[in-house]
Design a protein around this ligand. Structure first.
Ligand code: SF4
Length: 334
């Protein structure tokens, strides 16, 4: 359970019911509350040096989301909807959000969820085909839900839709509040996993692998469509052994009924120049997963695995998934 050390609240956020609830709750617990004009521009926090990332990750920012729109997507969903949060209190070394938000990748909660949801209602009213909407691209909604209940709120709303289905991935395991919901299979949850040594070294502050697998079992038993994300795949010495052991565990520990309906996503790690720079400042002794022998620049400010490294790894995963989970669907590899 994440307990913020301080709140920064955009003026006006407290006029929304969720904003009011959160401000009251944390004031009641003696948490300092600072009022700001714009959740996107908090001069005081911008002045904090980069090495204070761990301190910033203990903050909670409340704001009102202004830009609300469904963005077309062709990977995990048909559309992405930036939803009720961005950022996260965990500190995954490779976190893609560091490229976008850098040290401002703290948890930011948007309290105007009814306004955000209108984009879903509009699409539902104007489509005659089935559409999957990714709502977890900027944060981890299972973690956010422990503070706001917004994931439960969204699952409840998706359950009433005919065409639109929600989806999100998580590295957390606090799924108990979701289990009794009347979700009508309108929300697909993808449990994101990695080998134990990667989880321990690079996914700081997330749930241990055991608990994520338990979450996958519980969600499946509760009737949710459940997928597994192998994400991000990190190719270091011994990767074949480590991912082989991870797949052994999935094979041994997931129920047969889940293995028959499972869907997989494989996402190879990209690593930001920003991540390199930030971790050198925050934690110089950390062993970063950037490997110039295996990676090359891709796009602006990122490194990706060289084709001659990624190709055999992709073949390994395709072969192993087909052999171990013949009925599962591999939704995409990227
Ligand atoms: S859990 Fe996801 S959003 Fe949070 S730090 Fe890790 S990669 Fe980033």
């Amino acid at each position: 359970m994440f307990e913020p050390q301080a709140l920064y609240v955009e003026r006006g956020a407290e006029r929304y019911p969720l904003g009011e609830t959160l401000v009251r709750r944390y004031l009641g617990r003696g948490v300092p509350v600072h009022w700001v004009d714009d959740h996107n521009r908090i001069p005081e926090l911008r002045a904090w040096p980069d090495r204070t990332l761990p301190q910033k990750k203990r903050l909670l920012i409340l704001g009102v989301r202004k830009t609300i729109r469904l963005v077309p997507n062709r990977l995990s969903a048909d559309y992405i909807l930036p939803f009720t949060s961005s950022g996260c209190p965990a500190m995954c070394v490779y976190c893609y959000l560091l490229c976008t938000f850098f040290t401002n990748s703290y948890l930011r909660v948007f309290v105007n969820r009814d306004e955000i949801w209108r984009a879903v209602d509009r699409k539902e009213a104007h489509t005659d085909r089935d559409i999957v909407v990714e709502i977890g691209s900027n944060s981890d909604l299972v973690l956010e839900d422990t503070l706001t209940g917004s994931l439960q709120w969204a699952i409840d709303r998706f359950s009433g839709l005919r065409r639109l289905q929600g989806t999100l991935a998580t590295k957390f395991a606090a799924v108990e509040p979701l289990l009794a919901l009347d979700h009508r299979r309108r929300t697909r949850l993808r449990v994101s996993v990695n080998p134990e040594p990667i989880v321990r070294r690079l996914e700081v502050g997330t749930a241990p692998l055991d608990r994520r697998l338990e979450a996958a079992r519980m969600l499946h038993q509760a009737g949710y469509p459940v997928g597994v994300n192998l994400a991000p795949v990190v190719l270091e010495d011994g990767w074949e052994r480590d991912y082989g052991q991870l797949l052994d565990r999935l094979e041994a520990e997931l129920p047969e009924s889940l293995k028959r309906t499972l869907f997989f996503e494989i996402i190879f790690m990209t690593y930001g120049v920003a991540n390199c720079r930030l971790w050198a400042e925050v934690s110089p002794r950390i062993r970063q997963p950037y490997d110039p022998a295996r990676m090359r620049p891709k796009g602006r400010g990122k490194y990706a695995y060289r084709p001659e490294v990624r190709g055999p790894a992709e073949a390994f995963f395709r072969r192993e998934l087909k052999r171990r989970f013949p009925q599962a669907i591999l939704t995409y590899v990227c």
